[in-house]
Design a protein around this ligand. Sequence first.
Ligand SMILES: Cc1cc2nc3c(=O)[nH]c(=O)nc-3n(C[C@H](O)[C@H](O)[C@H](O)COP(=O)(O)OP(=O)(O)OC[C@H]3O[C@@H](n4cnc5c(N)ncnc54)[C@H](O)[C@@H]3O)c2cc1C
Length: 512
Amino acid sequence: MFDVCIIGGGVAGLMLAHSLPSSMRIAILTKNQTTVSNTSLAQGGIAVSLSTFDSPSSHADDTMGATAYHANAKRVDILVNEGKELIEQLMAQGLPFDAKEDGTPNLGLEAAHSSRRILHAGGDQTGHLLMQYLLHKTEDRVTRLPFHSVLECVIQNGSCTGVVVSNSSGQKQVISAKHIVLATGGIGQLYRQTSNSPVATGDGLSLAYHAGAVLEDLEFVQFHPTIFTLNGKSCGLISEAVRGEGAILVNRHGLRIMNDIHPLAELAPRDIVARAIEWHWQKNDPIYLDARHIQHFESKFPSIFLNCMKYGVNPLYDLIPVRSGAHFHMGGIQTNDVGATTIPNLYAIGEVASTGVHGANRLASNSLLEGLVFAARLAKTLAGNNTSIVQRPSFVNGHQIANIDLSNMQQRMTEQVGILRAGDTLQSFVNDYPLRPFRLSDYTSKDIQNIHRYTACSLIARSASLRIESRGGHYRHDFPLASNEWTGKVIECSIHGVAIQTREIESKETVK
Ligand SMILES: Cc1cc2nc3c(=O)[nH]c(=O)nc-3n(C[C@H](O)[C@H](O)[C@H](O)COP(=O)(O)OP(=O)(O)OC[C@H]3O[C@@H](n4cnc5c(N)ncnc54)[C@H](O)[C@@H]3O)c2cc1C
């Protein structure tokens, strides 16, 4: 019996383990090796207002703007203020960020940030080095269980008391704990083009859904504009920081594509750049990133440089072919200020959680910060207990899920629930992949992994079909503008049904 069982060993899970008292018995379960996660891949950095020309309130303003004013302003204030304190503490404890010759942090600029505020570690190896730091800090204090895939949350008398896992020998096993924390990361692998690691299959959404928890804002998926793409295959991400350093987007004739679309051109909000690139690709006009004029590219972006070279593209001399793909999920499991879900003893942090700080579109480099801040908050409050009782819903049983064609579902997610959406195609997806709970205990481990993918896709599609407007990462051809009727409206999904609630927002201007 553990005190805390953390599902996921990325920035959120590791930061929680690092911040919990050393007297607690902690397990971290990961479905692959501990180092396989989106955190390991994070290149751009961590946004924090450390410069004397910057402030948390300016960071908050930029965040609210990027989120299409759909974010929860109170949580954004927590993010930027506590985030700054936390980063200063981690720096003082020895987390090695890149510095200038005078020892002050070397802060980079990224799209939609009004100041230089992006901290890097090892150039573009920020996520990898952050993981190494947290793994080192937690190694003596945590039971690590790699290759333990969580299949189901155990709910007894309305509270979460443990998880059913498929362990490293493929056997089903129950792991019990006083507190269960979902830190399972994102959903990118539900789509054909993605920047995400192979473990990002939306399991946490399905686990929470089947446990009876409420999920929200699921329709908001961020598509990264510049995924290095060769012969239709995603080969890695080219960070926004490369455009921040001056790289431009061109077509095969060398014509810049962003100049007529947005005043910030290549540094326009991500969704605008992603849609512009996708629009060209759909017209058979491949798009490239021209970074040939960036000085010292190989030392500024060592991982990107090596990755491009691995595939025979030299960024110093060649154009880099890029396409948009699924990158980050703004919505997720609904949580309160400290990471509690609507199920007692079940918590969510990191990308799988909806803390409300990313609204309809995440501001670049805010997610590692979110993982750190809300993990540290949860660590402080895990002693408290909530005792409300949740009704278990009725489950569907049947064997049709075993035969699901995952590849076809992924293709249809990409085409029908992807960057460019429309009501009729969303509805067709919803009809073919209806949202319903499964009695997970009746299935094999392999079937349950497929059910998790199926459920995550159905949840996202159902939410996207209900939001009749465009906002942030959710873009519909048939309703291309944001609607005031939908301002502040949050779509909540749970096993009990779907509800449209109003979120308190601080709308400083009409959404674009
Ligand atoms: C290429 C790339 C670059 C990025 N760059 C940046 C950046 O520069 N700055 C920034 O702020 N953000 C960036 N992001 C986003 C950021 O990296 C992620 O949002 C963040 O790392 C998510 O952390 P996490 O701890 O929630 O999940 P992850 O780091 O993805 O970890 C998820 C963990 O959950 C485990 N897991 C999942 N399902 C199960 C299951 N069923 N059973 C057991 N374990 C399970 C996995 O094994 C893994 O350990 C980037 C993302 C990508 C993909």
